[in-house]
Design a binder for this molecule. Sequence first.
Ligand code: NAD
Ligand code: FES
Length: 276
Amino acid sequence: MHLIVDRQELARGNMIALTVEAPAIAGKIKPGQFVILRLHETGERVPLTVAYKDIQHGTLTIVFQVLGKTTALLGSLKIGDAIKDLVGPLGLADEFRRLGTIVGIGGGSGIAVLHHLLTGYAEAGNRLIGIIGAREKDFIILEEEMQVLCERLLTTTDDGSYGMHGLVTDALKGLVEEQLAIDLVIAVGPVVMMRAVCQMTRLYKIPTLVSLNPIMVDGTGMCGACRVTVGGQTKFACIDGPHFDGHLVDFDELIQRNNMYTRDEKSSLLFSIRAG
Ligand code: NAD
Ligand code: FES
């Protein structure tokens, strides 16, 4: 059992950060790796990328958006409640090399994952420029934390209620038009956002890393649920990823696979709400 020691509501749109005791995982996990949790004996297994770790206190912070039945249940937990199982670290850790100038792009709850990844690249001595975007002002998360990490941070909102009016790709276009020499773009967020970023960076020949979060079940490469096509080859995001060269990812297939259970998830959430 993993005790919940802190709970924060980060933004509107049911974005929640839970800090849980997990000293064995906190001691080993690297930015970008993830855990799979199960709330009870018969519960669904949910993969979540870790947003922050505290080795001294032996805790992990996970940030998630309430979207389906299990995340709704997770979001209803309070300080003092516990999560039954937490397995990790899972996935490959990045090699945090010194590359030069890195532009990190985060959309929605993907900003939390991006922030943790960028801490690894900051420690390696890279110059970081951040772009974070959300639908509207109240959905922006971790802006102050990103400001601490990045030499420059551009914030966008789709409706123009805060920062630059537009999508994260509009801010990226602005940087490219400034003739900024970019050595790597890292994009974490909705799949359509990562696809749009990659379409743009391919044009400008900027290497691009994306963090994929397809449907996962076992997290150990056995079930095939997280299958993605990268460079024409089948890869399993849980053991070969979750980070891939974005220019090689078949995003259309990923979108199709991710949408397969959308209707079931919605009806399961509705059923659990009605059941109280
Ligand atoms: P959202 O749909 O509100 O989008 C967030 C931002 O992404 C937008 O403000 C916009 O700037 C950008 N964006 C969205 N669509 C775009 C497009 N077509 N072109 C260019 N930019 C676009 O995001 P949300 O509702 O907060 O959802 C967050 C998503 O992030 C979820 O789908 C979740 O699964 C995903 N996520 C991914 C990871 C990961 O590891 N890849 C981690 C956490 C969350
Ligand atoms: Fe089963 Fe990746 S989650 S193979």
